[in-house]
Design a binder for this molecule. Structure first.
Ligand code: NAD
Ligand code: UDP
Length: 335
């Protein structure tokens, strides 16, 4: 039998690049793709991601980590690209807004060029933020959105909108095989405890019996998708029919006020936390809820995990994490 050269791979083995693979969603996607038998190259500059998120894969024979900033070109051989690189929490993406917009725009150009060179299929992790302050509710993909191009959220909203434009122009002009997912608020284990997003903030505050910080009157709404559902949606879109390029909304259509979320977290944690009101950040969208009919009809996908169940799983994760970090802190203080 002829021996294969050591660098050749079976044709069936897909080599998949995940940018932002050390982040919250990226690490879950990595886990799923490794479990299904793919080879995963994770490229991340660790701005908001963490090696802790990928520690359990580091010794996996089909996993490789590359410290890389997507604002710079990347030369690798891949079959598929999931472009997830970008801070997602308003606190983090507003910390260095110029870097955020470069990540969205230069990152998209560099990865689309890579897809073009290698003939790879590429998926963009876009966002419900492209709808801005929506005056259509729930949001359907055909709605063009209502964004403020010069506000504090614009580095992210407009960056992601421009990235979508680039994806469709590379598709029309160069025939690149694209997929665009518009992700609505997703939560779950491996969010960073200091991430700043509402679910992780409330759970950490509740577990520590600290005041729960409600921004504004708490009557603004969001629709929360559990991470496992979202990852299934991303993979269904990537693997779905070539004609389904998107944009496709992925999210859970059950809508809650932020005050309802706070009450549920307090109930599920049995916390003694009280509520404290803080000013509403500028341009904070009043309502957000996905219409997921398109994902259902074209991909057979729907969100399955109810908020109460997803929160319970996420609370268990943070409970263990905080107990461990409090132990470590206690040991250091005692030393
Ligand atoms: P996250 O902050 O946990 O992960 C983002 C990852 O990208 C991090 O590991 C970070 O270090 C990396 N990164 C940032 N800038 C980079 C750069 N210039 N080069 C290389 N790596 C870089 O956030 P997440 O929730 O996992 O979000 C992942 C993607 O999904 C993002 O693109 C985000 O915009 C999108 N998204 C997420 C949500 C959500 O609710 N989680 C909603 C809408 C869209
Ligand atoms: N929010 C809040 N308290 C917090 C963090 C967030 O009331 O500690 C609110 C925030 O103003 C927004 C909603 O929760 O209305 C969701 O915020 P997040 O940052 O999670 O996501 P996004 O605004 O991007 O949807």
């Amino acid at each position: 039998m002829n021996k294969l050269p050591s660098n050749s791979r079976p044709k069936s083995l897909r080599r998949i690049l995940i940018t932002g693979g050390a982040g919250f969603l990226g690490s879950h996607l990595t886990e799923r793709l490794l479990a299904r038998g793919d080879e995963v190259l994770c490229a991340d500059n660790l701005f908001t991601g963490s090696k802790d998120n990928i520690r359990s894969f580091q010794t996996h024979p089909r996993f490789e980590f590359l410290r890389h900033d997507v604002t710079l070109p990347l030369h690798v051989e891949v079959d598929e690209i999931y472009n997830l690189a970008c801070p997602a929490s308003p606190v983090h993406y507003q910390r260095n807004p110029v870097q955020t917009i470069k990540t969205c725009v230069h990152g998209a150009i560099n990865l689309l060029d890579l897809a073009l060179r290698t003939d790879a299929k590429i998926l963009q992790a876009s966002t419900s933020e492209v709808y801005g302050h929506p005056n259509q509710h729930p949001q359907v993909e055909s709605y063009w959105g209502h964004t403020n191009p010069i506000g504090l959220r614009a580095c992210y909203d407009e960056g992601k909108r421009c990235a979508e434009t680039l994806f469709f122009d590379y598709h029309r002009q160069h025939g690149v095989a694209i997929k665009v997912a518009r992700i609505f608020n997703t939560y779950g284990p491996r969010m960073h405890p200091d991430d700043g997003r509402v679910v992780s903030n409330f759970i950490v505050q509740a577990l520590r019996h600290q005041p729960i910080t409600l921004f504004g009157d708490g009557q603004q709404t969001r629709s929360f998708c559990y991470v496992d559902d979202l990852i299934e949606g991303l993979i269904a879109l990537m693997d779905g029919p070539a004609t389904v390029v998107g944009p496709v909304n992925l999210g859970n259509p059950s809508e809650f006020t932020i005050a309802q979320l706070a009450a549920l977290v307090i109930e599920l944690t049995g916390s003694r936390s009280t509520l404290t009101y803080r000013p509403l950040p500028s341009d904070d969208p009043r309502h957000r809820c996905p219409d997921i009919t398109l994902a259902g009809n074209t991909l057979g996908w729907t969100a399955r995990v109810a908020l109460r169940e997803g929160l319970a799983r996420t609370i268990r994760y943070f409970d263990t994490l905080l107990a461990h970090s409090d132990d470590v802190r206690g040991n250091h203080q005692g030393a």
